[in-house]
Design a protein around this ligand. Structure first.
Ligand SMILES: NC(=O)c1ccc[n+]([C@@H]2O[C@H](COP(=O)([O-])OP(=O)(O)OC[C@H]3O[C@@H](n4cnc5c(N)ncnc54)[C@H](O)[C@@H]3O)[C@@H](O)[C@H]2O)c1
Length: 447
């Protein structure tokens, strides 16, 4: 099958490459010439484990092509995937659909023969109707079926997620699209990944409902973590204790500094707006958004408190900046609010991230970056683990102890056990787990 993918970012590039790996002939298109030029030289525009090899193999096999020429690729394709960005619109939080609509117009002008146009970008309910209207208006001769096929991959595990999805959701209004989409995903279907066909508007909502639910689950455990700190319980044990219940499930119950990334923040906001516009507000999600926004900033206050309340002129080193490990994506990362909060309080900030420092430079300022955890720890008053990269899971604490001015380790991801850190002479502060202060306060209260 011949497939065109418009937009070669995280989703478009991974989807296109995996489709090629299934045996389809895929052309990935992007309007960013530098990105296409780099891809044609084998240079990946993003960090995603395993992607470079998969791209190299499929390019060598002649099944994967990169171009800025949408017209030629679309005219030959049986299925055209739209995978451009849908960021939050400035001012009101709605999804900005201008990129999707621009592609719809370009596609309309260039389709030949029956073509399935698939929206893979995350788009609000009703966008498929509008894409179809735009295509018919731009080219009344176009013979298209417009389909919704939201993507559920996670950055950092994108290839694995794409090739072994829990489900593939396909929203159709034109029965002719069913056979084409079944053929596109046939290799996965044979591997027993359920292919779920729904109406198009339902499929669009499934994506937002899934992300909103996950964001809510994270926010729930984050609030429980705050309560744990107040009452002297351990959030990891609470998460374990509730997660063993199959109705709840153990995933997405890791307390931390709040969710970030290119999806949850913008998708929860867009869903809230859609619901309000339709007179059916989602109060749980509105509250989730508000709690999460406040939480990111609250993490800076937590650090300041742990440092005794006055950080003016003192130095804090951050380990990890990306919103999660194994990606270079800094979009909406909690680290941004943490850096700003610390700087506002007068602290100097240093940081190291294995892959995210280039992207970080565009969103934070006055941060001194170093090439590894130890280079930024010299003389600092606190070391803060912000993102749980594997590289931070076995730090050399005796070495750090000798370098740091004040041996304070703040673990915003609960990677370590307090006994281990304390053994090396550190004060240890984490999320939702009893620390010395709380235990002492509780025993005083009990007396
Ligand atoms: N990143 C994720 O983990 C993820 C997961 C699931 C769904 N999504 C959704 O997928 C969509 C894409 O997200 P992303 O993270 O891949 O975005 P991205 O910003 O990484 O990539 C989008 C690409 O589209 C290109 N583009 C924009 N306009 C174009 C045009 N007119 N013609 C050709 N190319 C154009 C841009 O140059 C860019 O390379 C979004 O709707 C997002 O919500 C993302």
């Amino acid at each position: 099958m011949r497939i065109a993918v418009v937009g070669s970012g995280y989703v478009g590039l991974v989807s296109g490459t995996c489709f090629a790996d299934f045996g389809h002939v895929v052309t990935c298109i992007d309007s960013d010439e530098a990105k296409i030029e780099a891809l044609n030289k084998g240079v990946m525009p993003i960090y995603e484990p395993g992607l470079d090899h998969l791209v190299a193999n499929n390019t060598a096999a002649g099944r994967l092509l990169f171009t800025t020429d949408l017209a030629a690729a679309v005219s030959q394709a049986e299925a055209v995937f739209i995978a451009v960005g849908t960021p939050s619109r400035r001012g009101d939080g709605h999804a900005d659909l201008s990129y999707v609509y621009a592609v719809a117009r370009d596609v309309a002008r260039n389709v030949k023969g029956f073509t399935v146009v698939v929206t893979k970008s995350t788009v609000p309910v009703g966008t498929g109707d509008e894409v179809e209207r735009i295509i018919r208006e731009t080219n009344p001769e176009a013979d298209v079926a417009v389909v919704s096929n939201p993507e559920f991959l996670r950055e950092g595990a994108a290839i694995e997620d794409f090739k072994r999805p829990d489900r593939i959701v396909v929203g159709i209004e034109d029965e002719r699209a069913r056979a084409v989409m079944t053929e596109v995903y046939r290799p996965l279907y044979l591997n027993k990944a359920p292919l779920v066909f729904t109406a198009r508007r339902t499929s669009e909502l499934i994506k937002y409902a899934a992300n909103a639910f996950l964001a809510m689950k994270i926010t729930f455990i984050n609030e429980i973590a705050d309560l744990c700190e107040a009452v002297g319980s351990n959030v990891q044990d609470v998460a374990h204790g509730i997660g063993l219940d199959n109705r709840i499930g153990g995933k997405f119950l890791h307390a931390g500094p709040g969710y970030g990334g290119s999806c949850f923040p913008k998708d929860t906001l867009a869903l809230v707006k859609t619901a309000q516009d339709h007179g059916s507000p989602l109060r749980l999600i509105e509250t989730t958004v508000a709690i999460n926004d406040q939480r990111k900033r609250a993490m800076a206050r937590k650090i300041v408190r742990a440092m005794g309340g006055d950080v003016r002129g003192r130095t804090v080193a951050l380990l990890g900046l990306t919103f999660k490990p194994n990606t270079d994506d800094m979009r909406e990362s909690p680290a941004i609010s943490i850096v700003q909060g610390l700087q506002d309080a007068g602290a100097r900030v240093r940081a190291y991230d294995p892959e995210g420092m280039e992207a970080a430079k565009a969103v934070v300022s006055d941060v001194a970056f170093g090439p590894d955890p130890y280079s930024i720890a010299e003389g600092v008053d606190a070391l803060v683990l912000v993102t749980e990269w594997d590289a931070f899971r076995a730090l050399d604490f005796p070495r750090l102890r000798l370098m740091m001015n004040d041996p304070l380790f703040i673990d915003l991801r609960n990677v370590y056990r307090r006994e281990l850190i304390a053994r090396h002479g550190f004060r240890y502060v984490s999320i939702g787990r009893p620390d010395e202060d709380i235990t002492a306060a509780l025993s005083t209260a009990a007396e």
